[in-house]
Write a protein that binds this ligand. Structure first.
Ligand code: NI
Ligand code: MN
Length: 225
């Protein structure tokens, strides 16, 4: 499984010959200028919640690629009204897709669309594949519900927000990685806006002190699970 960081909380996951785009917010991200949204490959677009910084480029990618949206019921219904096809999940529910098994899990956050439409409750995704398992928390606080995840699935990579202010910060993310019993972390949701700028070196050292590895990828760079 190859995971490419597209800036902020946006990712491209290549697994089982399929391309998944997660939470695309690219065209308004000054830091992600080198990513060409029109050349992104996508079979599916996974959306954790309805905030602008997670959905901005959903429609353009869906129109370019015919990708199917996977999110909560309310978000899939919202895009369904715009003639974009999707698969609705709700919290605790799983579905076996052609790329792997996806479960929509709890997040503690909010989820309204920029136009005020109801975006359902926010969530994250656990993705189980023949190439490994990852947990994408979405925007969230540290929550005890994270402890439920390793009871059902061994996580190989935890993708955690670390920018603080709107989500967990570094210290909470370290505890989150303990809760999901995973020592390999990809940090997201940092540096994009003034409120969430972080010291990269300090962040890496804090994880290292707990025997964990925090990756902070350059935008456009990838890691392999
Ligand atoms: Ni958010
Ligand atoms: Mn966000």
């Amino acid at each position: 499984m190859k995971i490419t960081f597209l800036g902020h909380a946006s990712l491209q996951v290549e697994v089982a010959g399929k391309y998944l785009i997660v939470d695309p917010f690219i065209t308004a991200n000054e830091l992600a200028k080198k990513i060409d949204v029109n050349s992104l490959k996508a079979d599916y677009i996974l959306i954790t919640h309805a905030h602008q910084d997670h959905i901005l480029d959903v429609e353009v990618i869906a129109k370019n690629t015919d990708a199917k949206i996977v999110s909560n019921y309310e978000i899939v219904t919202y895009y369904g009204a715009k003639e974009i096809e999707g698969h609705p999940l709700n919290h605790g529910g799983s579905w076996q897709f052609d790329f792997g098994k996806l479960t929509y899990v709890n997040a503690v956050h909010t989820s309204s669309f920029p136009d005020g439409s109801y975006g359902g409750n926010p969530g994250g995704f656990v993705l189980e594949t023949s190439e490994g398992n990852i947990y994408i928390t979405g925007d969230t606080a540290l929550t005890m519900d994270m402890k439920l995840i390793p009871m059902q699935c061994k996580i190989d990579l935890a993708i955690l927000p670390i920018g603080d202010n709107f989500t967990m910060g570094i210290d909470s993310a370290i505890i989150a990685s303990n809760f999901v019993e995973c020592n390999r972390i990809l940090g997201i949701h940092y540096d994009t806006f003034g409120y969430i700028k972080i010291d990269h070196q300090e962040a890496k050292e804090k994880f290292e002190d707990k025997g964990k590895v925090l990756s902070l990828l350059e935008i456009g760079a990838s890691l392999t699970v």
